[in-house]
Each structure stands twice: as C-alpha cells, then as structure tokens.
Write a protein that binds this ligand. Structure first.
Ligand SMILES: [Zn+2]
Length: 248
C-alpha cells in the first residue's frame, strides 16, 4: 500500500494519476477536455468589490485507465477554491490559483488490494469504507470496524451469547480461537480506531484511516497469505542455501 498515490488536493494544470480501482496500476488519468469546473453559486465577477476569494467551485472529471487491457472508466467529483500564492519562479510575484479537493470516486479507489482469498463479503465491506475515504474519513473508520465484524462472521466467531444477546466487538475479538490469536491485537486496534471514527468523526484525518487500512491489510495477509509470498520465501531460501541446503 502506497498512500502517497492517493492525492486529495491538486491544481487543474497538474491533475494527478491515481491507482486504477480494477487493475491496481497507477494509471487512472484524466484527458485534457474531461475536467469540468463550475462556480458553486453564481458570481458577478464585474462587481466593483469582486475578489477571487469569493469563488467556490464544484468539479467533475472523467478518468480512464491507460493500461490497454484494462481501460476501466471512473468519475471523480469534488470542490475547489481560489488562493493567492507566490509564483515558483523565484521572482517574488504572486498570482491567483485554482485549488481542487477530491470528494468521491466512482467506482471507489481501493486504498489497498485485499489478498485474493479474502471472503467476498469482507471485500464488499472494505469497498464501503474506501468509498468515503476522501469525503468523510471518520465514516471510513466506522465502516472499517464494520468490516472487522464481517470478518469475524466469516471466521465463525459467535455474535450472540447463550442468552441470544449481541456480543460487543471486544468480546468477539476475545473469542477468537487459538489459531487466530496473532490477529487479536491488530483487531483491537481496528476496534479503537472505529470507535474514534464513530464518536469524533470530524477530528479523524485521512492519515488515521490509512493507519487502519495498513492494520486491516496486515490482518488479511495473516489470514489469507498469497501463494506468491510463499513462492518468494521458497526462492529466497533456495538462493540463500545455493541449492536444497542438504549436505550430500
Ligand atoms: Zn486499470
């Protein structure tokens, strides 16, 4: 997971390329005429008191994955404003610049790609969390906690006690059987982050959500290791031993 690729802020003259939600390559880009900005509310720019500070934008853009075998299409929407900044030519002169902030992608960008063996309901729950990453990081953390509940369902951890009452997430995590004990502490971290997402949503930053995704990805890799990782370990072992590593 390379969180530096998920740019939230940009200028229209330098629209970033984002990771494709289908193939995962860093190849989702906007062609020249596919970015459209509009004033959010009508503005009379000929008004004697007009100041570019008044401007608020809404934007939309169509994106396409440039990998020919993929060609995925996506739409991005967001907001913008105008700010006064120095030119970066060292002249000390300034100008007005349009700044834009991403709010949504459809389909949502996958902040990390779950291992292939991840149960589909867990992947769907993660997609719900990914969908609000740019617009509402607190909601993404709450949804990540919900994805953990779905994962516990898939691991067949009980959700109710013998009286039929729902168990708290903390109790469910404690019920994880011995062979899943290595995910107890990471799962507790997701629980705490999810609580913060629910109760203090406005204070949550995207970097907090990235922390949650890194931990959730770690849990999934522990539970559903990719065969590729096994092969890599095998190759490493053979190369280090320069053979089978057994004496004749
Ligand atoms: Zn693609």
């Amino acid at each position: 997971m390379d969180d530096k690729l998920f740019n939230t802020y940009f200028r229209s003259e330098s629209i970033p390329t984002w990771p494709c939600p289908i193939c995962g390559a860093n190849s989702l880009s906007c062609s020249d005429d596919q970015f459209k900005k509009q004033y959010k509310t009508p503005i009379d720019t000929s008004h004697p008191a007009f100041d570019p500070d008044w401007i608020e934008y809404v934007f939309s853009m169509n994106l396409k994955c440039t990998i020919p075998s993929c060609g995925c299409r996506a739409v991005c929407v967001g907001i913008g404003n105008v700010s006064q900044e120095y030119l970066d030519d060292g002249s000390g002169n300034w100008d007005w610049f349009d700044n834009f902030e991403v709010k949504f992608f459809e389909p949502p960008l996958r902040l990390f790609i779950p291992p292939k063996e991840t149960p589909s309901w867990v992947s769907k729950a993660l997609e719900t969390s990914f969908s609000t990453f740019f617009s509402s990081p607190g909601t993404s953390l709450s949804s990540l906690r919900a994805a953990l509940e779905v994962l516990l369902d898939e691991l067949e951890v009980a959700s109710v006690n013998e009286k039929g009452s729902f168990l708290s997430l903390a109790s469910r995590i404690n019920l994880l059987p011995e062979n899943f004990r290595e995910i107890v502490e990471p799962a507790n971290a997701i629980k705490w982050l999810g609580n913060d997402g629910t109760h203090s949503g406005f204070q949550v930053r995207r970097t907090d959500v990235i922390d949650g995704y890194k931990i959730f990805e770690h849990i999934l890799v522990e539970l559903y290791p990719e065969k590729k990782a096994t092969i890599e370990a095998l190759v490493k072992r053979i190369n280090e031993a320069k053979g089978v590593g057994r004496k004749a």
